[in-house]
Design a protein around this ligand. Structure first.
Ligand SMILES: [Fe+2]
Length: 362
């Protein structure tokens, strides 16, 4: 399937461009180099010299310009060549493409589609990564699988009981698919898959968060926002207490296709409790790294199997596939609209509100 081009994708964390750093990354198959200039502006240029295709990121930064490592051509903020050593005439074709890049919610966002459609107000509202009422634990995984396999994985949380037993999964009679999921289409590009697990043993990660070893109530809502952002909204609280006091997290999975077969996975686990507890921030980072490492292994194998034996997956749909399949259809419909009208843009909705969900298990 094709990518949705007219959309903002996460390109990195905002602080990655601090200290005059030059960051090279591939998005939607296009190599890009990003930097912050001395006046604070940020730019993303195609990471390829128009002369002999050297990556500009392999050269050096000279002030606010990038110098090619091969023949010393220099390129300024807008991508226009400012210097071609040995000649005064600079060919008009000697420029590199400039991609819209903005900062919001502590992140860098890039637009790989038609630049004239790149309105900053279309950046998805993922306020929880950078909000005083929430404390994030952040990280990055490079996933050796297509972004769609990652979205499938995040919209189907039933796999936790097998992939994540050491962290967030439950086993025996409490395997997660035993608890029904309610899938709700919330808008053109927004889907919720909500599940409640009353009176369960606390998996290790949640026992750590709650500092509680007894039975807990747990909810999880897998939120999918086209084209490739997911969020796991989860809440846990000891049985007998009120859900209004739940330890709640908005786990942001910010997926950006790198190539057809690889994905940038920026993540931020924002929590609503123990906000200033730095040791907890680090502990969550460590536990989530382990959890997402577990996913990355499965996704890499699945990608390889599809390449060897053919896709698409699932070959046989189970109940747990309802949300992933709906998320794929949602994105396919948007990609179709874009293919029929190159000026089509869709407006991402707020993924979830922060009120306590109405829980059937209460
Ligand atoms: Fe997982």
């Amino acid at each position: 399937m094709s990518w949705l081009k007219n959309a903002w994708y996460v390109a990195g964390f905002q602080n990655e461009l601090d200290d005059a750093k030059v960051v090279a990354r591939t998005f939607l198959g296009v190599p890009v180099v990003m930097m912050r200039h001395s006046d604070g502006r940020i730019t993303a240029l195609e990471d390829m010299c128009p002369h002999r295709l050297m990556p500009l990121s392999a050269g050096k930064r000279v002030g606010d310009e990038l110098e090619c490592a091969y023949h010393g051509m220099r390129f300024g903020v807008t991508g226009i060549c400012t210097l071609a050593p040995g000649q005064t005439h600079i060919p008009t074709q000697a420029c590199v493409r400039n991609y819209p890049l903005v900062q919001r919610h502590g992140l860098l966002w890039i637009w790989m589609g038609k630049p004239e459609l790149a309105a900053p107000e279309l950046v998805p509202d993922i306020r929880w990564n950078d909000h005083p009422a929430w404390t994030p634990s952040r990280g990055y995984h490079h996933v050796e699988a297509s972004f769609q396999l990652s979205v499938d994985n995040l919209m189907d949380l039933g796999h936790e009981s097998w992939v994540h037993l050491r962290t967030i999964g439950q086993d025996d009679e409490e395997v997660i698919p035993n608890y029904p999921v309610k899938v709700t289409v919330k808008g053109e590009g927004l889907l919720h898959a909500h599940r409640e697990m009353p009176n369960i043993d606390a998996p290790p990660f949640f026992a750590m968060l709650l500092e509680h070893q007894g039975k807990i109530n747990r909810w999880q809502t897998a939120v999918g926002l086209a084209p490739s952002i997911c969020m796991t909204d989860f809440g846990v609280y000891p049985v007998g207490s009120s859900p209004d006091g739940a330890y709640r997290s908005h786990v942001l999975h910010l997926l950006t296709p790198e190539t057809e077969k690889t994905t940038h996975y920026f993540w931020s686990v924002a929590r609503n409790k123990r906000l200033g507890d730095e040791a907890l921030t680090q502990a969550v980072c460590k536990a989530i790294e382990q959890t997402f490492d577990e996913d990355a292994v499965v996704l890499k194998i699945q990608q390889s199997q599809m390449e060897k034996f053919g896709g698409p997956v699932p070959r046989v749909a189970l109940k747990v596939d309802e949300a992933p399949i709906r998320a794929r259809r949602m994105l396919e419909a948007l990609v179709k609209k874009e293919s029929e009208d190159p000026n089509f843009v869709y407006r991402p909705q707020l993924m979830i509100d922060d009120t306590t969900p109405e829980l059937a298990m209460v």
